[in-house]
Design a binder for this molecule. Structure first.
Ligand code: ATP
Ligand code: MG
Length: 287
């Protein structure tokens, strides 16, 4: 049976021509498809960003950036406009190649050699600011589509979901606080609910690391509180990195805060520590 599975796996991989075409095959040498289980977190770290620099026409958007995220950690990244926060996420997710430096997922997976699809497949989910949900479809159908779009799932678009997949949708609906809206068209959700639905869609592929860029922009205070609770619930079983401008929100999450400035880390610590840091006061928080 095992042999048969291996053969099937090989055939499946062989069909993924973009892996082959891009020159480097990060799966080579493993003898099997990389999956989330393969990320080596034996040193307790899920993400290593080391000495990373990125230049755009001579301007250094990231300048010798160093950042370490622990397995299961919830981390907030703050910093003034143009500090490099989104560029950092672009580098982690394979959208932008660093000019220098290393970016590793766990100890063993070199993210700088992967494209965006491959990065998603090893277990890194990214939520962009603008929700990318299907407005005409119901909340349930959006989550169903998220499963079917996940390349690793062996489900065709027409196939019925398995019992465990249906159960997973129920769990995610609970988690994102939308069990009563399951049949509602996504376009009828509030702004905050749309953001949660998109987080739910990312959760369907069960990422090990979730990157979230400015999740609470435009949310009501009540929605912000709910979002803080959701992100706290997600941490632990996975790692979550949140970029956010809203200081009240960052404080309510009560995680370690990293302050970026001009492409490098200016300060790191609790919200109180960074808010009382003189350099941070000078460049960012004022007063
Ligand atoms: N593709 C690009 N081409 C040229 N310059 C870029 C590009 N992407 C980012 N930059 C520049 O790099 C710097 C960092 O941008 P980035 O978007 O990472 O900042 P940010 O910290 O996310 O800011 P914000 O808080 O406004 O979202 C900015 O000066 C930006 O103009
Ligand atoms: Mg940004």
């Amino acid at each position: 049976m095992k042999k048969l599975e291996n053969v099937r796996e090989f055939m499946r991989r062989d069909r993924v021509f973009d892996f082959v075409d891009k020159g480097y095959n990060p799966l080579k040498g493993y003898g099997h498809a990389l999956s989330k289980g393969d990320v080596d977190v034996s040193h307790g770290m899920i993400l290593y960003v080391e000495n990373v620099s990125v230049s755009f026409d001579g301007f250094k958007a990231l300048n010798d950036l160093n950042l370490y995220i622990k397995d299961g950690e919830l981390r907030c990244i703050i910093g003034p406009n143009g500090a490099g926060k989104t560029t950092m996420m672009d580098v982690i997710t394979g959208k932008t190649r660093p000019d220098e430096g290393r970016v590793f997922f766990g100890q063993n997976i070199d993210l700088t050699r992967m494209n965006e699809t491959q990065v998603a497949e090893v277990g890194i989910g990214r939520k962009f600011q603008k929700p990318t949900i299907f407005p005409e479809h119901s909340v349930f159908q959006n989550l169903e589509l998220a499963i079917k779009m996940d390349k690793r799932a062996v489900v065709s678009v027409r196939a019925k979901l398995s019992q465990s997949q249906l159960q997973r949708i129920d769990e995610v609906l609970e988690l994102i606080g939308l069990p009563d809206q399951r049949q509602l068209a996504a376009k009828l959700l509030s702004h905050g609910q749309k953001q949660w639905l998109e987080i739910g869609m990312l959760l369907m592929s069960d990422p090990r690391l979730l990157l979230v860029d400015e999740p609470v922009a435009g949310m009501t205070h009540q929605e912000m509180d709910r979002t803080a609770k959701l992100l706290n619930e997600l941490a632990g079983t996975r790692s979550v990195v949140v970029v956010e401008h809203d200081m009240d929100f960052v404080r309510s999450i009560a995680s370690t805060v990293t302050v970026l400035h001009e492409g490098s880390v200016l300060a790191e610590g609790t919200m109180d520590q960074v808010q009382n840091n003189d350099k941070v006061k000078e460049v960012y928080l004022g007063s």
